[in-house]
Ligand binder design. Structure first.
Ligand SMILES: CC(=O)SCCNC(=O)CCNC(=O)[C@H](O)C(C)(C)COP(=O)(O)OP(=O)(O)OC[C@H]1O[C@@H](n2cnc3c(N)ncnc32)[C@H](O)[C@@H]1OP(=O)(O)O
Ligand SMILES: O=C([O-])CC(=O)C(=O)O
Length: 375
C-alpha cells in the first residue's frame, strides 16, 4: 500500500474546511467571508469586521451600533483579575500576561454551555486590550488605567488611549483600525489551528484562546513583528541595513518579517500597512526607519525573492505611533481573538476530534533492560 507522506509542517495539505477566510488565492489574495481585505481595510471599522467574523454577516447600522455598545459595556475588568495582573512583574512579556489574563478570566466567568459562546468571545474581544494595558501601565508607570474609556467608542482608540493617557489623533486611530482588520483572520495558521484542535476536544473558549495566544507568541508567527523591530532598530541608514542583512543571509539566518507558508508572490496585507507606515513616517518626520525598512524589502527580494509578510511594516508603523516593541504581538492578539473565536465556533458546529496520525520513525522493538543494567 502506498505510504501517505506528511510533508514537513503539513505544508500544502488540507486539514479541514472553513467558510471564514481564503488565503493565497491567485498567489496573493485574502478574503474574510468573501470580502476582499483591501476593501475591508479601506472601508470597515474593526468592530464591523469582528461582527462579520463572529456573527456571519456585515452588521447593518442598528446591529453595529448595538455591537459597539455591547463591546464598550464589556470593557471593565473584574477586581480579582486586576489584583492578579498587579502581581505580575514588569519584566514579564506581555504575551505571557495575556495568556495568564485570558486563562484567569476563564476561572471567573467560565463558558459553561454553547449558548455562552458568543458572550465569551465578545467579552474577550472587549477585555484583552484592557488586560494587557492595565498590567502594562500598572507595572511600568504605577497607574491604574481606566479600562472603560466611555468616551472612546472604537477599540483602536481605546487601546491607544489606555497606552498614552490621551485620545489618539485621527491618523493613529485610522492606522490602528486598519492594523486590527489586517490581523483579524488568516485561515488555518498555527495559532488558529491550535485553537481549533483545542475546540475539537469540546474544551471551553478560554482554553482555546489561551492556546492560540501561546502559539502566536513565537517569532516564526506573530512574534515576528517584535523580532523585526529588534532587528531594524539599530540600523541607522539604508546602507548599514543592507550590509547587515547581507551578512545575516550569508550566515543563513532567518530574517523576521519575510516569507510566508501560503502566499507565494506577496502578502496583500503588506501593501496596506506599508502605505500607512509611510504616512506615519512623514507625519512624525522620521529620518531613517522607513528608509531602512524599504531597503530591507528591496534587498530580500533581490537576494532571495522573499517578500515582506504582514509583520514587517507593522514594526515601523507601530513605532511611529509610539508603541513599545513588546506590545506589538499583544495587539495582534487583540485582533486575532476574533478569528480564533470564529474558528472555535465553526469547529464546534461540525465537530470531529482532530487527531491525525504520525509516521513512526523509532525502533521496531526494544527489549526491556533492568534499571541496574542500563548504561
Ligand atoms: C503573521 C505571520 O505569522 S506571518 C509569518 C511571520 N514569520 C516570520 O516572519 C518569520 C520569518 N519567516 C519564516 O520563518 C518563514 O518564511 C515562515 C515560517 C513564515 C514560512 O516557513 P516555510 O513555509 O517553512 O518557508 P518556505 O518553505 O517558503 O522556505 C523556503 C526557503 O526559504 C527560506 N526562508 C523562508 N523564510 C525566510 C526568511 N524569513 N529569512 C531567510 N530565509 C527564509 C527557508 O529557510 C527555505 O530555505 P531552504 O529551502 O534553503 O531550506
Ligand atoms: O497564515 C499564516 O501562516 C501566518 C499568518 O500570516 C497569519 O496568521 O496571519
Amino acid at each position: 500500500m502506498a505510504k501517505v507522506l506528511s510533508g514537513a509542517g503539513l505544508r500544502g495539505q488540507s486539514a479541514g474546511e472553513t467558510a471564514l477566510c481564503t488565503v493565497g488565492k491567485a498567489a496573493a489574495g485574502l478574503t474574510y467571508r468573501g470580502y476582499d481585505i483591501d476593501v475591508l481595510a479601506d472601508k470597515a471599522s474593526f468592530e464591523e469586521v469582528a461582527y462579520l467574523l463572529l456573527y456571519g454577516h456585515l452588521p447593518n447600522r442598528t446591529e453595529l451600533a448595538a455591537y459597539e455598545e455591547k463591546l464598550m459595556g464589556l470593557r471593565s475588568l473584574p477586581e480579582t483579575l486586576k489584583k492578579a495582573l498587579e502581581l505580575i512583574p514588569a519584566d514579564a512579556h506581555p504575551m505571557d500576561v495575556m495568556r495568564t489574563g485570558c486563562s484567569f478570566l476563564g476561572n471567573l466567568e467560565p463558558e459553561l454551555t454553547l449558548e455562552d459562546q458568543h458572550q465569551a468571545a465578545d467579552r474577550l474581544v472587549a477585555t484583552l486590550p484592557a488586560i494587557v494595558l492595565y498590567w502594562y501601565r500598572f507595572s511600568h508607570d504605577g497607574v491604574r488605567v481606566d479600562t472603560l474609556n466611555a468616551h472612546v467608542p472604537s477599540l483602536a482608540g481605546h487601546f491607544l488611549t489606555m497606552l498614552h493617557d490621551e485620545a489618539p489623533n485621527a491618523l493613529h486611530t485610522q492606522v490602528m483600525n486598519a492594523s486590527l482588520i489586517l490581523y483579524a483572520e488568516h485561515e488555518f495558521n498555527a495559532s488558529t489551528f491550535t485553537a481549533r484542535v483545542c475546540a475539537s476536544t469540546l474544551s471551553d473558549m478560554h482554553s482555546c484562546i489561551t492556546g492560540g495566544i501561546g502559539s502566536l507568541r513565537g517569532p516564526l508567527h506573530g512574534g515576528a513583528n517584535e523580532a523585526a523591530m529588534d532587528m531594524i532598530e539599530p540600523w541607522k541608514t539604508p546602507e548599514e541595513a543592507e550590509a547587515a542583512l547581507l551578512h545575516k543571509l550569508a550566515h543563513k539566518e532567518k530574517i523576521m518579517g519575510f516569507g510566508h507558508a501560503i502566499y507565494s508572490e506577496r502578502d496583500p496585507r503588506n501593501d496596506i500597512i506599508k502605505k500607512w507606515s509611510k504616512k506615519l513616517s512623514d507625519a512624525v518626520g522620521d529620518k531613517h526607519l522607513y528608509a531602512v525598512s524599504e531597503r530591507c524589502e528591496a534587498v530580500m527580494w533581490r537576494e532571495k525573492k522573499l517578500f515582506c509578510n504582514a509583520d514587517f511594516f507593522h514594526a515601523s508603523a507601530y513605532r511611529f505611533m509610539g508603541i513599545p516593541t513588546k506590545l506589538f504581538t499583544p495587539i495582534f492578539v487583540c485582533s486575532r481573538v476574533t478569528g480564533w473565536a470564529a474558528h472555535v465556533m465553526e469547529q464546534r458546529a461540525n465537530n470531529r476530534i482532530i487527531r491525525p496520525s504520525a509516521d513512526y520513525t523509532g525502533p521496531d522493538h526494544a527489549d526491556w533492560i533492568d534499571i541496574d543494567d542500563r548504561a
